[in-house]
Design a protein around this ligand. Structure first.
Ligand SMILES: Cc1ncc(COP(=O)(O)O)c(C=O)c1O
Length: 392
């Protein structure tokens, strides 16, 4: 059986949606597509008993939490702010990890978290009594480095040589794990089930000997579970192997798999200029509103457009900031672009919205939810001058 066609048939998000219904630049999320992603993740929970958490660093639009929290078991947080958002808006379990905790952050985490994962034995030893003596019943984890890379780009590879993330296997020698409840690894980025299976087996080789005394393993994030070609059976086998062999709970904490293919950034052409080629200036900015495009870097899809030169009219698309490189790329369209035309950047929900800025004071796109069941739109956030000012 193919889960993606038989049980969760693919449906394009915002299909046939009239983007002229939006009167200003907006991130728009299709609730039907989000629901489908959550249903796929839930199917993994149902089949294996694994617990799936939402990684807030990748997707934190809390207006959608009431729907997501019906299925996912809680959130993974990278900071006290995320842990607090999880507590206030999501409910369920709050699992925190940071490369290092200051005493101030730890004081807050002790009031917010259910699991606290340490990145070094020295932090674990420094804080373990505070954790054990806190009024909350908090479980302690250690993040490990299984010395197995699947991610090609070092910027996204926690197992790159010299990485600061995860405790090396050799550092476990002679350490007392009696106060440790679980182990955590996060090494993947946009990966299928086979890279996870290979990583899990490297993890088992180095750390399997400690698992009998532990309660859980956390496989981190980076799993492209909701993508059509993802091998759900292999994921479920990998989870079940650890659950059955070591009698541990297994957690996963995807961010991207929740938000991927659920929404777009919709903007408008403000001006057209010419310098060696046609350039369209949009009422958004790559550096402010889609920073990954410059950081990763990658070329986002534009709806109804193609690569330069394929369709009749080619434009360089650029943003409103002072940055000369505030450019999204060259795209071709069937029709000439005019001032006021909508341009739709696809797949802009995960990681984009959590990273935006008010650089240059540029107006921030609103956040809009689209419900395909009744074709309704709901603007959940608008950002004005006060939002800009309150950051500074
Ligand atoms: C510790 C940890 N957990 C979970 C995630 C979520 O990863 P993704 O959004 O790729 O699933 C990340 C992403 O960087 C991470 O660092």
């Amino acid at each position: 059986m193919n889960y993606y066609t038989d049980i969760f048939p693919e449906r394009p998000y915002l299909d046939g949606f009239d983007f002229n219904r939006l009167d200003r630049a907006s991130y728009i999320i299709d609730l039907g597509a989000l629901k489908r992603n959550i249903a796929i993740l839930d199917s993994v929970q149902q089949r294996t008993g694994a617990k799936i958490l939402l990684a807030l660093k990748g997707f934190a639009n809390y207006s959608t939490f009431p729907m997501i929290s019906k299925c996912l078991k809680g959130c993974c947080a990278s900071s006290p702010h995320e842990a607090r958002l999880a507590r206030e808006e999501f409910g369920g379990e709050v699992h925190s990890f940071a490369p290092a905790y200051s005493q101030r952050d730890m004081n807050e985490q002790l009031e917010l978290s259910d699991h606290i994962v340490f990145n070094s034995f020295s932090q674990f030893k420094h804080y373990k009594d505070q954790v054990r003596n806190s009024p909350r019943d908090i479980e302690i984890g250690l993040r490990v480095n299984p010395l197995h890379s699947e991610t090609e780009v070092d910027l996204y590879n926690p197992c790159a040589p010299g990485s600061r993330l995860g405790i090396l296997p050799e550092l476990f020698a002679g350490e007392d794990l009696s106060e440790v409840d679980g182990l955590h690894f996060h090494t993947l980025c946009q990966k299928g089930a086979a890279p996870l299976a290979r990583t899990a087996s490297a993890f088992e080789k180095y750390f399997g000997k400690y698992l009998d005394q532990l309660k859980w393993i956390n496989f981190g994030g980076g799993h492209h579970i909701t993508q059509p070609d993802y091998d759900l059976d292999l994921l479920c086998e990998t989870i079940s192997h650890f659950k059955n062999k070591y009698n541990v709970d297994v957690y996963l904490e995807p961010g991207e798999a929740v938000g991927v293919n659920t929404g777009s950034l919709v903007c408008e052409v403000v001006e057209l200029v010419e310098n060696e080629q046609e350039i369209a200036i949009l009422d958004i900015s790559a550096t402010c509103h889609m920073p990954d495009v410059l950081e990763m870097p990658y070329r986002p899809d534009v709806r109804d457009a193609d690569k330069a030169g394929i369709k009749r009219f080619t434009y360089k698309l650029g943003g409103l900031s002072c940055l000369a490189g505030d450019l999204i790329g060259d795209y071709s369209f069937d029709q000439e672009l005019k001032v006021g035309d909508k341009v739709v950047f696809d797949d802009m929900t995960h990681y984009t919205m959590v990273k935006t800025s008010f650089f240059n004071g540029i107006g921030h796109p609103s956040i809009v939810l689209y419900n395909p069941d009744d074709d309704s739109l709901k603007t959940v956030r608008e950002f004005g001058y006060e939002s800009y000012k309150s950051k500074l």
